[in-house]
Design a binder for this molecule. Structure first.
Ligand code: PMP
Length: 410
C-alpha cells in the first residue's frame, strides 16, 4: 500500500466530520496532538460506566477488574515498544513527565560535577529543561550536537563529543519541528561504546513507524498517548529493568511503598515505585485501545501512507513560489515546516484557520531550532494516518489565498 494516499480512516474519527468556521475541518496539527478514534472514546466511556474502581488495593471484585485492565494496558505498551518485560513500563502523564522522572531520579542521584549530558540541537524544550534542572542540582553540564542545513544531526561532531565524562545521551527519535528521523540505533551503539546511557524522546515516533526498543538498544524511551490517538494525561517511560530497579523514587505516596513508618519507609519494586498515587486508570484503558487501533492497521502501513503523503506535500509546497521548507532531511517523517515570504507564520495560521485548515505556527517548543535557522518560527503541517491528498490540496489552496490577501508576489 506504499502508494496509498488515503487510508479511508477519516470516518473512524468523529471530530473530523465537524465544521470549523463553516468549513470542513482539515486537521494538520497532529504533531501537537492527534484526534481520537471512536474505539478510544468508547473504551474510556465504557471504563467509567462498567469498570471504574481504584486499583491495586481493593479486595472487591471491581477493584481487581480495574487492576486487570490497568495491567493489561501495561502489557499493550510493552507490545507496542517490543520491550522484553511489562515491568519495564512506567505509566506517566506523558513524555514530559517521563523525561522529568529520569532527570530527577536517575540524573540527580547518579551525576557529579563535571559529568556531561549530550543533547541535540533539535530537541523539544521538554528534552532540554529537565536536564538543565538536573545539572543545576548536580554540577553536571550539557553539550549539544549541532545541526546541518538540512536539519540533520552532525554525527562526526557527535562522535567527537563522546568523551569519558559523558553519562547520558538524550535525543529525539523524530523532531517535532522539522520531521528529521535521527539514527537512534547507531547513536545508541556509539554512546554505549563510550560508556553512556541513552534516553530517546519518542513523542513524535510511536504513532508513525514501528518502534522496537530492544532493536534500538536504548536505556530509556518516552512517549505520550495523546500523540498516538489516545487520551491526554497518559504516557509511558520504558526503562531497562536493572536501571529502573537501581533508581530512587522521585515522588512519594500511596502504592509506591513496601512499608512505611515514621522512622523510615521502604519502596516497592519498579515500576510501582515510580507510580505514586492513584494513576490515570481510564487513560491507560484509552491508551490500550489506541494501541490496538494502530496495531490493527499496522505501523508499517501507516509509515508508508504518511511517507507517500509527505512526498506529495513536499512537491506541492515546493511548487508554490515564496514558500520555503525548513528541514529537508534525507530521512524524514510527516512534518512540513515552512515559511512564506512576506507573511508571518502566526498570520498565516490565522488565515488558514478561516478556511478550516488547522496548522501550528511558532517555535514548536524548539526555540534552538529556530535560532539555528535564523527565523522566529515556522508554519507546520503535521500528518497523521487519516490525512489524505485532499487535505494537502486544501492547505496549498489556503496558502495561495493568504498570499493574495497579503498582496504577496507569487
Ligand atoms: N518531545 C517531543 C519531540 C514532542 O513533540 C513533544 C510534544 N510536542 C514532547 C516531547 C512533549 O510531549 P507532552 O507535552 O505530551 O509531554
Amino acid at each position: 500500500h506504499a502508494e496509498s494516499l488515503d487510508m479511508g480512516n477519516k470516518a473512524d474519527f468523529p471530530i473530523l466530520s465537524r465544521l470549523v468556521h463553516g468549513k470542513r475541518l482539515v486537521y494538520l496539527d497532529n504533531g501537537a496532538t492527534t484526534q481520537k478514534p471512536q474505539s478510544v472514546i468508547e473504551a474510556e466511556r465504557r471504563f467509567y460506566q462498567e469498570s471504574n474502581a481504584n486499583i491495586h488495593r481493593g479486595v472487591h471484585w471491581l477493584s481487581q477488574h480495574a487492576t486487570d485492565l490497568y495491567e493489561q494496558g501495561r502489557e499493550r505498551v510493552r507490545q507496542l515498544l517490543n520491550a522484553a518485560q511489562a515491568n519495564e513500563i512506567v505509566f506517566t502523564r506523558g513524555t514530559t513527565e517521563a523525561i522529568n522522572l529520569v532527570a530527577q531520579s536517575w540524573a540527580c542521584s547518579k551525576l557529579s560535577p563535571g559529568d556531561e549530558i549530550i543533547l541535540s540541537g533539535l530537541e523539544h524544550h521538554s528534552n532540554i529543561v529537565p536536564w538543565q534542572l538536573a545539572c543545576e542540582r548536580t554540577g553536571a553540564k550539557t553539550k549539544v550536537i549541532p545541526l546541518n542545513d538540512q536539519g540533520e544531526l552532525d554525527l562526526q561532531q557527535y562522535k567527537q563529543m563522546l568523551g569519558p565524562r559523558v553519562r547520558l545521551v538524550a535525543i529525539a527519535h523524530i523532531s517535532n519541528a522539522l520531521g528529521t528521523i535521527n539514527p537512534v540505533t547507531e547513536m545508541t551503539r556509539l554512546a554505549h561504546d563510550a560508556g553512556a546511557l541513552v534516553l530517546v524522546d519518542g513523542a513524535q515516533a510511536v504513532a508513525h513507524q514501528p518502534v522496537d526498543v530492544q532493536e534500538i538498544g536504548c536505556d530509556f524511551y518516552a512517549f505520550s498517548g495523546h500523540k498516538l490517538y489516545g487520551p491526554t494525561g497518559i504516557g509511558a517511560l520504558y526503562g531497562r529493568y536493572d536501571l529502573l530497579q537501581a533508581m530512587p523514587p522521585w515522588q512519594g505516596g500511596g502504592d509506591m511503598i513496601r512499608t512505611v513508618s515514621f522512622e523510615r519507609s521502604t519502596y516497592a519494586d519498579a515500576p510501582q515505585r515510580f507510580e505514586a498515587g492513584t494513576p490515570n486508570i481510564a487513560g491507560v484503558v484509552g491508551l490500550a485501545a489506541a494501541i490496538d487501533y494502530v496495531l490493527d492497521i499496522g505501523l508499517e502501513r501507516i509509515a508508508a501512507h504518511e511517507g507517500a503523503l509527505l512526498d506529495y506535500g513536499t512537491k506541492a509546497l515546493q511548487a508554490v513560489s515564496g514558500v520555503r521548507l525548513i528541514g529537508t532531511a534525507a530521512d524524514k517523517a510527516g512534518i512540513l515546516s515552512f515559511v512564506v515570504d512576506g507573511i508571518h507564520p502566526h498570520d498565516l495560521g490565522t488565515i488558514l484557520d478561516t478556511d478550516g485548515v488547522a496548522i501550528r505556527a511558532g517555535h514548536h517548543c524548539a526555540m534552538p531550532v529556530m535560532t539555528r535557522f535564523g527565523i522566529p518560527g515556522t508554519a507546520r503541517a503535521s500528518l497523521a494516518l487519516y490525512n489524505n491528498r485532499d487535505d494537502i490540496d486544501a492547505l496549498v489552496k489556503a496558502i495561495g489565498a493568504a498570499q493574495t490577501m497579503f498582496g504577496v508576489e507569487r
